[in-house]
Write a protein that binds this ligand. Structure first.
Ligand code: TMP
Length: 204
């Protein structure tokens, strides 16, 4: 049996990832949909911790290690078995998020080496076949994100400069991924959706 395709969505706050991923459930009923951090019980618990307001001021190394722990569990429990079983996996964020938030956002270039070494082990060879980067202007995305019904999370509340650095990181590294699609997410939702569909269809 051939391995399934692994499609990753990336983007800053308010880029609309979750809306488009939700819409893909209809055309892709057999795909496995998951998210990082989260997707499995242990990962959802870690997600609740890292996004909580109580974690304000968390040490940046602790934050990095929690994200990596969440990813290790998600890959072991969901992503690797699904790909091995030939299923398409759609994941809301993957390793590029950790690079752009914990290295660029947190301004910790020294984490890059550790991140690469740990990722090599925990990713178990799971690398995205396609990465769809929804590129939103941070000021626009933050306005959308901060008006979410569930309220802003710890990252939504970071200063604009943090989100500018995250975007810079995305723009710098997205080209390193095979089949990387950069979609202008400042555009109206339906236009973005057309481009997302085209990107997904071109890979599957
Ligand atoms: P979201 O996926 O619902 O946007 O929320 C996850 C938040 O966690 C988002 O602000 C980005 C942040 N994050 C990191 O800082 N590092 C990571 O490795 C991942 C996956 C997410």
């Amino acid at each position: 049996m051939s391995r399934g395709k692994f499609i990753v969505f990336e983007g800053g706050e308010g880029s609309g990832k979750s809306v488009h991923i939700e819409r893909l459930h209809f055309p892709l009923p057999d795909a496995v949909f998951t998210r990082y951090p989260g997707g499995v019980p242990v990962g959802e618990k870690i997600r609740a911790v890292v996004l909580s307001k109580e974690a304000e001021g968390m040490d940046t190394a602790t934050e990095l290690l929690l994200f990596l722990a969440a990813r290790a569990q998600l890959i072991a429990e969901v992503i690797e078995p699904a790909l091995a079983a030939g299923k398409t996996v759609i994941c809301d964020r993957f390793e590029l998020s950790t690079m752009v938030y914990q290295v660029y956002g947190r301004q910790k270039p020294e984490y890059q080496e550790l991140l690469a070494a740990v990722s090599k082990t925990i990713n178990k060879g799971c690398a995205p076949d396609a990465t769809i980067f929804l590129d939103v202007t941070p000021a626009i995305g933050l306005t959308r994100a901060r008006s979410r019904p569930e309220g802003p999370n710890r990252f939504d509340n970071e200063e604009l400069a943090f989100h500018e650095r995250v975007r810079e990181g995305y723009r710098k590294h997205i080209g390193e991924y095979p089949h990387a699609f950069v979609v202008d997410a400042d555009k109206p939702l339906e236009e973005v959706w057309q481009n997302v569909q085209k990107a997904v269809q071109s890979v599957l």
